[in-house]
Design a protein around this ligand. Sequence first.
Ligand SMILES: Cc1cc2nc3c(=O)[nH]c(=O)nc-3n(C[C@H](O)[C@H](O)[C@H](O)COP(=O)(O)OP(=O)(O)OC[C@H]3O[C@@H](n4cnc5c(N)ncnc54)[C@H](O)[C@@H]3O)c2cc1C
Length: 330
Amino acid sequence: MNISEYKGILVFAEQKDGIIHKVSYELLNKASQLSKELKAPIYSIVLGPNNMKVDELIYRGAQEVFYVEGDEFNEPQELLYKENIVAFIKKLKPEICLFGATSFGRSLAPRIASGLGTGLTADCTDLIIDSDRKLVQIRPAFSDNILAHIKTKTYPQMATIRYKEFEEAERNIGAIGKVTKIESVDYKNNLIKVIKEIKSDTTDITEAEVVVAGGRGVNTTEGFNMLEELARLLGGVVGASRTVVEEGYISSSQQVGYSGNRVKPKLYIACGISGAPQHIAGMKESLNIVAINTDPSAPIFNIANVGIVGDIYEILPKLIKKLSSRVCEA
Ligand SMILES: Cc1cc2nc3c(=O)[nH]c(=O)nc-3n(C[C@H](O)[C@H](O)[C@H](O)COP(=O)(O)OP(=O)(O)OC[C@H]3O[C@@H](n4cnc5c(N)ncnc54)[C@H](O)[C@@H]3O)c2cc1C
Protein backbone atom coordinates (compact mmCIF):
# COMPACT_ATOMS: atom_id res chain seq x y z
CA MET A 1 0.00 0.00 0.00
CA ASN A 2 1.43 3.34 -1.06
CA ILE A 3 0.19 5.73 1.65
CA SER A 4 1.31 8.84 -0.27
CA GLU A 5 -1.42 8.17 -2.87
CA TYR A 6 -4.08 8.89 -0.24
CA LYS A 7 -5.15 12.54 0.16
CA GLY A 8 -8.08 14.36 1.67
CA ILE A 9 -10.83 13.78 4.20
CA LEU A 10 -14.10 12.22 3.08
CA VAL A 11 -17.29 12.78 5.10
CA PHE A 12 -20.23 10.50 4.44
CA ALA A 13 -23.42 12.60 4.50
CA GLU A 14 -26.36 10.53 5.66
CA GLN A 15 -29.80 11.59 4.44
CA LYS A 16 -33.42 10.57 4.68
CA ASP A 17 -36.02 11.90 2.22
CA GLY A 18 -33.33 14.29 0.97
CA ILE A 19 -32.79 15.82 4.41
CA ILE A 20 -29.21 15.60 5.58
CA HIS A 21 -28.68 14.20 9.08
CA LYS A 22 -27.13 16.77 11.43
CA VAL A 23 -24.30 14.41 12.35
CA SER A 24 -22.91 15.09 8.85
CA TYR A 25 -22.47 18.79 9.74
CA GLU A 26 -20.75 17.81 12.99
CA LEU A 27 -18.35 15.60 11.01
CA LEU A 28 -17.67 18.46 8.59
CA ASN A 29 -16.76 20.67 11.54
CA LYS A 30 -14.23 18.10 12.78
CA ALA A 31 -12.99 17.52 9.22
CA SER A 32 -12.28 21.23 8.93
CA GLN A 33 -10.05 21.15 12.04
CA LEU A 34 -8.21 18.08 10.76
CA SER A 35 -7.81 19.52 7.26
CA LYS A 36 -6.02 22.58 8.66
CA GLU A 37 -3.39 20.34 10.20
CA LEU A 38 -3.12 18.01 7.23
CA LYS A 39 -3.49 20.77 4.60
CA ALA A 40 -5.86 18.39 2.86
CA PRO A 41 -9.15 18.97 1.02
CA ILE A 42 -12.53 18.09 2.51
CA TYR A 43 -14.83 15.95 0.38
CA SER A 44 -18.32 14.74 1.07
CA ILE A 45 -20.26 11.91 -0.51
CA VAL A 46 -24.05 11.79 -0.45
CA LEU A 47 -26.25 9.09 -1.95
CA GLY A 48 -29.68 10.59 -2.20
CA PRO A 49 -32.95 10.94 -4.08
CA ASN A 50 -33.24 12.76 -7.39
CA ASN A 51 -32.85 16.55 -7.30
CA MET A 52 -31.68 16.62 -3.72
CA LYS A 53 -30.29 19.93 -2.43
CA VAL A 54 -26.69 19.01 -1.70
CA ASP A 55 -25.27 22.56 -1.63
CA GLU A 56 -25.82 22.65 2.12
CA LEU A 57 -22.74 20.42 2.46
CA ILE A 58 -20.67 23.11 0.72
CA TYR A 59 -22.08 25.80 3.04
CA ARG A 60 -20.91 23.59 5.93
CA GLY A 61 -17.35 23.22 4.66
CA ALA A 62 -17.13 20.52 1.97
CA GLN A 63 -14.95 21.68 -0.93
CA GLU A 64 -16.31 19.04 -3.28
CA VAL A 65 -19.52 17.07 -2.93
CA PHE A 66 -19.91 13.80 -4.80
CA TYR A 67 -23.59 13.13 -5.35
CA VAL A 68 -24.84 9.69 -6.35
CA GLU A 69 -28.39 10.43 -7.44
CA GLY A 70 -31.23 7.95 -7.32
CA ASP A 71 -34.54 7.48 -5.53
CA GLU A 72 -33.41 3.99 -4.49
CA PHE A 73 -31.08 5.65 -1.95
CA ASN A 74 -34.06 6.68 0.14
CA GLU A 75 -34.17 3.15 1.47
CA PRO A 76 -31.58 2.02 4.01
CA GLN A 77 -29.99 -0.49 1.65
CA GLU A 78 -26.61 -1.04 3.23
CA LEU A 79 -25.41 -3.36 0.47
CA LEU A 80 -26.30 -0.94 -2.32
CA TYR A 81 -24.68 1.93 -0.40
CA LYS A 82 -21.64 -0.20 0.33
CA GLU A 83 -21.06 -1.19 -3.32
CA ASN A 84 -21.25 2.46 -4.41
CA ILE A 85 -19.08 3.89 -1.66
CA VAL A 86 -16.41 1.19 -1.86
CA ALA A 87 -16.08 1.70 -5.64
CA PHE A 88 -15.88 5.47 -5.13
CA ILE A 89 -13.31 5.37 -2.31
CA LYS A 90 -11.07 3.06 -4.33
CA LYS A 91 -10.92 5.79 -7.00
CA LEU A 92 -10.76 8.89 -4.78
CA LYS A 93 -8.30 7.43 -2.24
CA PRO A 94 -8.99 9.75 0.71
CA GLU A 95 -6.65 9.36 3.68
CA ILE A 96 -9.50 9.65 6.20
CA CYS A 97 -13.18 8.60 5.94
CA LEU A 98 -15.67 9.70 8.58
CA PHE A 99 -19.14 8.29 9.22
CA GLY A 100 -21.75 9.23 11.84
CA ALA A 101 -22.33 6.54 14.47
CA THR A 102 -26.06 6.56 13.81
CA SER A 103 -27.81 3.22 13.56
CA PHE A 104 -27.39 3.31 9.76
CA GLY A 105 -23.78 4.53 9.96
CA ARG A 106 -22.94 1.81 12.47
CA SER A 107 -24.30 -0.80 10.11
CA LEU A 108 -22.80 0.64 6.91
CA ALA A 109 -19.25 1.64 7.92
CA PRO A 110 -18.00 -1.86 8.88
CA ARG A 111 -19.25 -3.24 5.56
CA ILE A 112 -17.33 -0.53 3.71
CA ALA A 113 -14.18 -1.08 5.79
CA SER A 114 -14.38 -4.78 5.03
CA GLY A 115 -14.92 -4.07 1.30
CA LEU A 116 -11.80 -1.89 1.31
CA GLY A 117 -9.75 -4.26 3.46
CA THR A 118 -9.06 -1.50 5.99
CA GLY A 119 -9.62 -1.00 9.71
CA LEU A 120 -12.42 0.89 11.42
CA THR A 121 -12.67 2.47 14.86
CA ALA A 122 -16.29 2.64 15.96
CA ASP A 123 -17.99 5.21 18.21
CA CYS A 124 -15.11 7.69 18.48
CA THR A 125 -15.51 10.75 20.69
CA ASP A 126 -12.52 12.66 19.31
CA LEU A 127 -9.94 12.63 16.54
CA ILE A 128 -6.49 14.18 16.44
CA ILE A 129 -3.53 14.13 14.07
CA ASP A 130 -0.16 12.97 15.39
CA SER A 131 3.30 14.07 14.33
CA ASP A 132 3.38 11.40 11.56
CA ARG A 133 0.14 12.71 9.95
CA LYS A 134 -1.67 9.67 11.36
CA LEU A 135 -5.24 9.88 12.58
CA VAL A 136 -5.51 9.12 16.28
CA GLN A 137 -9.02 7.81 16.90
CA ILE A 138 -10.11 8.31 20.49
CA ARG A 139 -12.91 6.30 22.02
CA PRO A 140 -13.98 5.28 25.51
CA ALA A 141 -13.35 1.65 26.36
CA PHE A 142 -14.03 -0.68 29.30
CA SER A 143 -17.26 1.10 30.24
CA ASP A 144 -15.74 4.57 29.84
CA ASN A 145 -12.96 3.79 32.33
CA ILE A 146 -10.20 4.45 29.79
CA LEU A 147 -9.91 6.53 26.64
CA ALA A 148 -8.29 4.34 24.01
CA HIS A 149 -6.09 6.05 21.38
CA ILE A 150 -6.23 3.94 18.25
CA LYS A 151 -4.25 4.22 15.00
CA THR A 152 -4.96 2.18 11.90
CA LYS A 153 -2.11 0.65 9.88
CA THR A 154 -4.19 0.42 6.69
CA TYR A 155 -5.60 3.22 4.53
CA PRO A 156 -7.99 4.90 4.33
CA GLN A 157 -8.21 5.47 8.07
CA MET A 158 -11.89 5.01 8.91
CA ALA A 159 -13.92 6.00 11.96
CA THR A 160 -17.51 6.38 13.05
CA ILE A 161 -18.14 9.33 15.38
CA ARG A 162 -20.90 9.58 17.97
CA TYR A 163 -23.77 11.94 17.25
CA LYS A 164 -23.74 15.22 19.28
CA GLU A 165 -20.06 14.85 20.11
CA PHE A 166 -19.02 17.96 18.15
CA GLU A 167 -20.72 21.25 17.31
CA GLU A 168 -22.18 21.51 13.81
CA ALA A 169 -20.01 23.35 11.28
CA GLU A 170 -21.15 26.95 10.92
CA ARG A 171 -23.23 27.71 7.84
CA ASN A 172 -21.56 29.99 5.31
CA ILE A 173 -23.80 30.56 2.30
CA GLY A 174 -20.96 32.37 0.55
CA ALA A 175 -18.80 29.25 0.55
CA ILE A 176 -17.65 28.09 -2.85
CA GLY A 177 -17.44 24.42 -3.73
CA LYS A 178 -18.10 21.95 -6.47
CA VAL A 179 -20.84 19.35 -6.87
CA THR A 180 -19.86 16.34 -8.98
CA LYS A 181 -22.52 13.81 -9.89
CA ILE A 182 -21.31 10.25 -10.08
CA GLU A 183 -23.00 7.27 -11.68
CA SER A 184 -24.54 4.68 -9.41
CA VAL A 185 -22.94 1.25 -9.78
CA ASP A 186 -25.05 -1.45 -11.36
CA TYR A 187 -25.99 -3.53 -8.35
CA LYS A 188 -29.11 -5.64 -8.34
CA ASN A 189 -28.36 -8.04 -5.52
CA ASN A 190 -30.21 -6.25 -2.76
CA LEU A 191 -31.20 -8.72 -0.12
CA ILE A 192 -33.53 -6.28 1.64
CA LYS A 193 -36.77 -5.08 0.12
CA VAL A 194 -38.62 -2.36 2.01
CA ILE A 195 -42.32 -3.11 1.59
CA LYS A 196 -43.69 -0.44 3.87
CA GLU A 197 -42.08 2.03 6.22
CA ILE A 198 -43.92 2.45 9.50
CA LYS A 199 -43.14 5.91 10.82
CA SER A 200 -42.83 6.21 14.56
CA ASP A 201 -45.29 8.66 16.10
CA THR A 202 -42.81 9.68 18.78
CA THR A 203 -39.93 12.11 18.36
CA ASP A 204 -36.51 10.57 17.82
CA ILE A 205 -35.09 10.34 21.35
CA THR A 206 -31.75 11.83 20.23
CA GLU A 207 -33.57 15.02 19.17
CA ALA A 208 -35.97 15.31 22.14
CA GLU A 209 -35.70 18.32 24.47
CA VAL A 210 -37.23 16.41 27.38
CA VAL A 211 -36.58 12.76 28.18
CA VAL A 212 -38.42 10.97 30.99
CA ALA A 213 -36.45 7.78 31.48
CA GLY A 214 -37.37 4.69 33.46
CA GLY A 215 -35.26 1.93 34.94
CA ARG A 216 -35.75 -1.21 36.99
CA GLY A 217 -37.40 0.88 39.70
CA VAL A 218 -40.35 1.41 37.31
CA ASN A 219 -40.63 -2.21 36.26
CA THR A 220 -44.39 -2.38 35.53
CA THR A 221 -46.53 -1.46 32.53
CA GLU A 222 -48.53 0.83 34.81
CA GLY A 223 -45.28 2.58 35.75
CA PHE A 224 -44.32 3.10 32.11
CA ASN A 225 -47.81 4.46 31.38
CA MET A 226 -47.11 7.09 34.07
CA LEU A 227 -43.83 7.96 32.39
CA GLU A 228 -45.64 8.30 29.04
CA GLU A 229 -48.15 10.67 30.62
CA LEU A 230 -45.44 12.79 32.24
CA ALA A 231 -43.48 12.92 28.97
CA ARG A 232 -46.63 13.97 27.10
CA LEU A 233 -47.32 16.80 29.55
CA LEU A 234 -43.73 18.03 29.23
CA GLY A 235 -43.62 17.65 25.44
CA GLY A 236 -40.95 14.97 25.66
CA VAL A 237 -40.37 11.28 25.04
CA VAL A 238 -39.80 8.22 27.21
CA GLY A 239 -36.33 6.74 27.52
CA ALA A 240 -35.07 3.71 29.39
CA SER A 241 -32.16 1.87 30.93
CA ARG A 242 -31.01 -1.33 29.27
CA THR A 243 -32.48 -3.45 32.03
CA VAL A 244 -36.07 -2.55 31.21
CA VAL A 245 -35.45 -2.80 27.46
CA GLU A 246 -34.22 -6.35 28.02
CA GLU A 247 -37.28 -7.07 30.14
CA GLY A 248 -39.47 -5.99 27.23
CA TYR A 249 -41.16 -2.92 28.71
CA ILE A 250 -39.97 -0.61 25.96
CA SER A 251 -38.33 -0.74 22.54
CA SER A 252 -34.53 -0.74 22.19
CA SER A 253 -34.85 2.46 20.11
CA GLN A 254 -35.56 4.22 23.45
CA GLN A 255 -32.53 2.84 25.31
CA VAL A 256 -30.14 5.44 26.65
CA GLY A 257 -26.52 4.65 27.32
CA TYR A 258 -23.30 3.18 26.15
CA SER A 259 -24.91 0.58 23.92
CA GLY A 260 -28.02 2.68 23.26
CA ASN A 261 -28.64 6.30 22.35
CA ARG A 262 -26.65 9.29 23.42
CA VAL A 263 -29.04 12.10 24.40
CA LYS A 264 -28.52 15.74 25.28
CA PRO A 265 -31.97 17.12 26.20
CA LYS A 266 -32.71 20.28 28.17
CA LEU A 267 -34.32 18.11 30.84
CA TYR A 268 -33.64 14.46 31.71
CA ILE A 269 -35.78 12.88 34.43
CA ALA A 270 -34.29 9.58 35.62
CA CYS A 271 -36.94 7.50 37.40
CA GLY A 272 -35.79 4.40 39.28
CA ILE A 273 -32.43 4.34 37.50
CA SER A 274 -29.37 3.59 39.64
CA GLY A 275 -26.86 5.46 37.48
CA ALA A 276 -24.55 2.71 36.23
CA PRO A 277 -21.59 4.09 34.19
CA GLN A 278 -23.03 2.51 31.04
CA HIS A 279 -26.27 4.47 31.49
CA ILE A 280 -24.59 7.72 32.49
CA ALA A 281 -22.41 7.56 29.34
CA GLY A 282 -25.55 8.23 27.29
CA MET A 283 -27.13 11.10 29.25
CA LYS A 284 -24.50 12.94 31.28
CA GLU A 285 -24.44 15.87 28.82
CA SER A 286 -28.13 16.66 29.52
CA LEU A 287 -28.55 20.30 30.54
CA ASN A 288 -30.65 19.53 33.64
CA ILE A 289 -30.89 16.16 35.33
CA VAL A 290 -33.60 15.28 37.83
CA ALA A 291 -33.26 11.91 39.58
CA ILE A 292 -35.96 10.12 41.57
CA ASN A 293 -34.76 7.09 43.49
CA THR A 294 -35.61 5.38 46.77
CA ASP A 295 -31.92 4.78 47.54
CA PRO A 296 -30.15 7.95 48.74
CA SER A 297 -26.78 6.41 47.86
CA ALA A 298 -27.70 5.72 44.21
CA PRO A 299 -24.86 7.00 41.95
CA ILE A 300 -27.34 8.85 39.72
CA PHE A 301 -27.56 11.51 42.47
CA ASN A 302 -23.86 12.33 41.90
CA ILE A 303 -24.67 13.85 38.51
CA ALA A 304 -28.22 15.11 39.19
CA ASN A 305 -28.97 18.83 39.45
CA VAL A 306 -32.08 17.95 41.45
CA GLY A 307 -32.30 14.74 43.46
CA ILE A 308 -35.52 13.42 44.98
CA VAL A 309 -35.22 10.52 47.40
CA GLY A 310 -38.53 8.72 47.16
CA ASP A 311 -40.78 6.21 45.47
CA ILE A 312 -41.73 7.06 41.89
CA TYR A 313 -45.18 5.54 42.50
CA GLU A 314 -45.79 8.25 45.10
CA ILE A 315 -43.99 11.15 43.44
CA LEU A 316 -44.97 10.83 39.78
CA PRO A 317 -48.79 10.83 40.29
CA LYS A 318 -48.45 14.10 42.28
CA LEU A 319 -46.25 15.64 39.61
CA ILE A 320 -48.62 14.55 36.83
CA LYS A 321 -51.62 15.95 38.73
CA LYS A 322 -49.87 19.29 39.25
CA LEU A 323 -48.78 19.56 35.62
CA SER A 324 -52.22 18.49 34.31
CA SER A 325 -53.93 21.23 36.33
CA ARG A 326 -51.47 23.80 34.93
CA VAL A 327 -52.17 22.61 31.37
CA CYS A 328 -55.94 22.91 32.08
CA GLU A 329 -55.53 26.46 33.52
CA ALA A 330 -53.57 27.51 30.45
C1 LIG B 1 -21.31 -3.71 27.79
C2 LIG B 1 -22.48 -3.15 28.56
C3 LIG B 1 -23.24 -2.18 27.97
C4 LIG B 1 -24.32 -1.62 28.67
N1 LIG B 1 -25.05 -0.63 28.08
C5 LIG B 1 -26.05 -0.05 28.77
C6 LIG B 1 -26.80 1.03 28.20
O1 LIG B 1 -26.59 1.44 27.05
N2 LIG B 1 -27.75 1.60 28.97
C7 LIG B 1 -28.05 1.19 30.25
O2 LIG B 1 -28.93 1.76 30.88
N3 LIG B 1 -27.36 0.15 30.78
C8 LIG B 1 -26.40 -0.48 30.09
N4 LIG B 1 -25.75 -1.52 30.64
C9 LIG B 1 -26.26 -2.09 31.91
C10 LIG B 1 -25.80 -1.32 33.14
O3 LIG B 1 -24.55 -1.82 33.57
C11 LIG B 1 -26.80 -1.44 34.31
O4 LIG B 1 -26.99 -2.81 34.59
C12 LIG B 1 -28.17 -0.82 34.02
O5 LIG B 1 -28.01 0.49 33.55
C13 LIG B 1 -28.99 -0.78 35.30
O6 LIG B 1 -30.29 -0.38 35.00
P1 LIG B 1 -31.23 0.28 36.09
O7 LIG B 1 -30.59 1.51 36.64
O8 LIG B 1 -32.57 0.40 35.47
O9 LIG B 1 -31.36 -0.88 37.19
P2 LIG B 1 -30.74 -1.00 38.62
O10 LIG B 1 -29.27 -0.79 38.61
O11 LIG B 1 -31.26 -2.28 39.18
O12 LIG B 1 -31.37 0.23 39.43
C14 LIG B 1 -32.71 0.34 39.77
C15 LIG B 1 -32.84 1.55 40.69
O13 LIG B 1 -34.20 1.79 40.96
C16 LIG B 1 -34.32 2.22 42.30
N5 LIG B 1 -35.72 1.95 42.68
C17 LIG B 1 -36.30 0.73 42.91
N6 LIG B 1 -37.63 0.91 43.15
C18 LIG B 1 -37.87 2.24 43.07
C19 LIG B 1 -39.04 3.03 43.20
N7 LIG B 1 -40.24 2.47 43.44
N8 LIG B 1 -38.93 4.37 43.06
C20 LIG B 1 -37.73 4.97 42.81
N9 LIG B 1 -36.59 4.25 42.67
C21 LIG B 1 -36.67 2.91 42.78
C22 LIG B 1 -33.29 1.42 43.06
O14 LIG B 1 -32.92 2.06 44.26
C23 LIG B 1 -32.14 1.37 42.04
O15 LIG B 1 -31.23 2.44 42.25
C24 LIG B 1 -24.66 -2.10 29.97
C25 LIG B 1 -23.88 -3.10 30.55
C26 LIG B 1 -22.81 -3.63 29.85
C27 LIG B 1 -21.97 -4.69 30.51
